[in-house]
Design a protein around this ligand. Sequence first.
Ligand SMILES: [Zn+2]
Ligand SMILES: [Zn+2]
Length: 317
Amino acid sequence: MALIPELINVFVENTKNVYQYTVFQLKHPAFNNIYYCVLLAYLFCFTLEVILPKQRKHGLLSRKGFWLDTFYVFFNDVLVYIIGLFGLCAVTELVFLKTLKLFGINSMLVVDITHWNPLWQIMIMFVIQDFCEFVAHYLLHRSDFLWAFHKIHHAQETLGAASTRRFHFVEMFIFKPIIYIPFAMIGYSAADYFLFQATVQNVWGFFTHTNIKVKWGFLNYIINTPETHSWHHAKNIPRRLGVNYASILNVWDLLFGFYYLPKNEVPVLGVPDQKEMPTTFLTQLTYPFKLVFSGKYKSKENNQSIPAKTKNKTIVL
Ligand SMILES: [Zn+2]
Ligand SMILES: [Zn+2]
């Protein structure tokens, strides 16, 4: 089959499959159903916010952007897969395989770990996933083009569990198919990869964005917590290159020098040009494209001239 029709066929077939899978799962609630597991994780984090609120100046439901964030949970956790992410993943895999064949390599499989002890499998997948997400997140900040999209996530002036999903779907379209490749190299299907990342990373994302008043102590050095992640959302970048990029393991930030957690302070959240940021779903969808096509995406705030010293107004707790 010619390449383009083959790619289209793979895209359509996989998109159709994920659509049928999603509809079936949504119609059959169960504790081992990924969509309902994610929903339960969200409700758990939401309950934590009810019990241990950090900022009392706004109500849980009246928090700026609460309903928009909630819609983003549905959009990015359900709809994005149906509108093509899963199909794109399969296409990327096929293109990668065909490229390898040009060099006489007929399989992507480097080592099949799918028969190993499940604990080893989980640990290996976890480390690969978390490190790839760390690198992807770093690139989202360092590239002016990618920052135009990622800025939507940072233009939030308050955080709550659902804030984790307020990001532009293009982020997923760029990075998820690439991050899937190492999973394919150790024997997993795209479905395995997405189930794993939804169970681990998406659930943890709810937790790191919760608006709760808890001091995590030494755990901040090990895992990404609401404390460390709130500094990632600081309005004025605390250090020249930004801080706390980790999804789950803060060891990556410690290793590469991006770990940052001042004592007894909380950051002001948002982006420096907050007033210019769109506030509705549709305008947030189009905003990065407008920036890119107008050539204005080379933003001053993402340059490297910000002094190392924090410029955040800080609040002593
Ligand atoms: Zn970020
Ligand atoms: Zn965040």
